[in-house]
Design a protein around this ligand. Sequence first.
Ligand code: C2E
Ligand code: CA
Ligand code: CA
Length: 418
Amino acid sequence: MTSSVSRRRLLILDDDSLIGQTITAIAALAGLETCYTQNPEEFFRAVEEWRPTHIALDLVMPKMDGVQVIQRLALRGCEAAIIITSGVGTRVLDAAGRLAAEHGLNIIGVLAKPFTPARLRQLLLSEVPGPSSFGERGVSQEGALAPAATLSAEELRRAILSGAIVPYFQPKVVCATGALAGFEVLARWGHPTQGLILPTRFIPLAEVSGLIDDLTLYVTDQALRWFAPLCTSGNGAGPGKLSATPGVGMQLAMNISARTLSNTALFDEIRERCSQLGIAAERLSFELTESSAMDDPIASLDLLTRLRMQGFHLALDDFGTGFSSMLQLVRLPFSEIKIDKSFVMTAMQSQESRTVTRFIVDLGRSLGLRCTAEGVEDVQVLAYLQSIGCDLVQGHAIAQPMPGDVAVRWMQQRVWVR
Ligand code: C2E
Ligand code: CA
Ligand code: CA
């Protein structure tokens, strides 16, 4: 989405009028139309009516803080290129940048005050990349965009029964060689009127309404049926041939919610389906967030240890975001850690994110765990992860989550390096 300079419109929200006027002057000189306000309500009206292509946002203001503004912009699905400014120090600014990216906003730069006119001009005139939320907001390979509307538990229940919840597959590849290591299964809801709905909107609903286990079982069942012919046809020209490093077969990763960990029968069921389909337990990995394992620590330790003993892999998802990541990592029998995408996505802009990323890769290596970086959106980040010895990568730079048939075509068309 490249806009010519003359069509760029910059909306500025800053409580300091001197800064506001300075940004206005620099942007006007650079050829942008500008609109400056100190008032958050006026700002949101302008977002709706004036439709800025760029936003300069002060992080700390008396009436509303930048975090609240970020949340409201995200709720409205704002796609403008956002520059965050503030005098609060680079660590806080970095954190705000990560937060905004996590909310799916298109952050093009973070400016610590005082900043130079040249730096601001450079940001305003740079090629504007698509929103970092490209995959997050539901613009999938099929291109459907889901508007926000309330979803009811009853609607979700019917969707599960009618097969409207489907698995999408996102490849995980070996960082050093690009060889295929497997796929993560990500649920999507094909809604009759709202288009494709992302899991961040319906998984929490499934959890609170007691539907999560039905959903997990249904999605797992579909995913295993898709996976079975791929992982059992290990010779010949079929996609099964495209497995990762020699000796290590492709793996299928399933996301498991906290609540599901108390349902041992569900895992018995999954094991049963795997054996019916001829899929070895080693080919399946369960991804858990650390909070999942915290709900009932003893029961989860029992269950997870049993699963590992049966051969299933366990990954600790979103590592680095919780309060007790390290504790969970040591306490529970994980075989993989996944670096949270908020660090990976900002690795090139933030020294802090690079430090955390490198630390997790080193930690994984010393604990003998496989380390996956997710949210790899460009080749620079990929090169950085290669340089620090990360094992696996996953992200839009490789491929977005895809429906099963598209994922198979993707495997067949890609030139594989072993
Ligand atoms: P997650 O397990 O952390 O999955 C990774 C998320 O990052 C996915 O979002 C994926 O589409 C997105 N992603 C991958 N690469 C990139 C990238 O390069 N850039 C960006 N911006 N995003 C990228 P998705 O599919 O929206 O899923 C969100 C979360 O919903 C998942 O986070 C997972 O916690 C949950 N979820 C998805 N499917 C299921 C499911 O079947 N069961 C359960 N319990 N949770 C699920
Ligand atoms: Ca996951
Ligand atoms: Ca994750």
